[in-house]
Design a protein around this ligand. Structure first.
Ligand SMILES: C[S@@+](CC[C@H](N)C(=O)[O-])C[C@H]1O[C@@H](n2cnc3c(N)ncnc32)[C@H](O)[C@@H]1O
Length: 233
């Protein structure tokens, strides 16, 4: 069964096809507070706590699994939040085709699915061929916060981010100042699992809202173009 993308803004739920193109999210959640985005929010602990703690900021959460989307939607309605926009859908699809670009001042990605088989790497949020889409949500000067317990994947993410033009990356050696942010993080801290945390900041001087391709990802694209333009023999 194909699941519809559902959008919940301030207690009002709509289907994606009923909305105008989302070039800007302001009509869905009016105000002038900065946008923060969490991709794959799971049970939504961090997103809800942040929305309640920072009423002047606006939060967008994206989650693939309907059960989690509904869980947070219902919790947020009970708390009467008016600064939380939730979207049930696939993050890479939404980033490529639905959501605006360069609008978020902060992007949160905690314990994303690592897709350990190499043939599935392109489903990762951080792969040289997908990282441009993900970072494309950030506006110049925007910040990414990332954590994972898959240390090999985390090291690969660190490598990918370090190779990204205009991005400075810090490998945090200590927990977040506000403690465990998500359910997975709280559980893994209790279990004593190692966690890799990164903070990356996009340069203030990005010349364009369309970010450059990651140098490793670009290689595949150039090869594809060359194949398609070869004249028939
Ligand atoms: C391992 S859980 C982590 C949940 C939460 N971030 C935490 O730290 O507790 C990964 C979450 O990402 C969601 N997810 C995985 N791939 C996704 C995608 N492509 N788009 C949106 N959500 C996704 C999953 O449904 C799941 O809720």
């Amino acid at each position: 069964m194909r699941l519809e993308t559902a959008i919940d803004a301030g207690g009002k739920e709509r289907r994606l096809p009923d909305l105008p193109p989302l070039d800007c999210l302001d009509p869905l959640l009016p105000g002038d507070g900065p946008w923060e985005v969490e991709l794959g929010f799971g049970k939504g602990r961090y997103l809800l706590a942040s929305a309640l703690k920072h009423p002047k900021r606006r939060f967008l959460g994206v989650e693939l699994v309907s059960k989690y989307y509904r869980l947070l939607r219902d919790r947020a309605r009970r708390q009467d939040t008016s600064n939380l926009l939730l979207v049930r859908g696939e993050a890479l699809y939404l980033l490529s085709s639905v959501l605006p670009r360069a609008f978020a001042s902060r992007l949160h990605i905690y314990f994303p699915d690592p897709w350990p088989k190499s043939r599935h790497y392109r489903r990762r949020l951080f792969d040289p061929e997908t990282v441009d889409l993900v970072l494309g949500a950030l506006k110049p000067g925007g910040e990414l916060c990332f954590a994972t317990d898959f240390i090999d994947y985390g090291q690969r993410v660190l490598e990918i981010l370090k190779g990204y033009p205009g991005l400075s990356v810090e490998h945090r050696s200590s927990p977040w100042p506000d403690g465990a942010r998500t359910n997975y993080e709280a559980k893994y801290i209790l279990e004593g699992r190692p966690i890799l945390r990164l903070v990356a900041r996009l340069s203030d001087h990005q010349p364009d809202t369309r970010l450059p391709f990651h140098p490793e990802g670009r290689i595949g694209i150039v090869a594809a173009t060359a194949t398609r333009t070869r004249p028939d023999s």
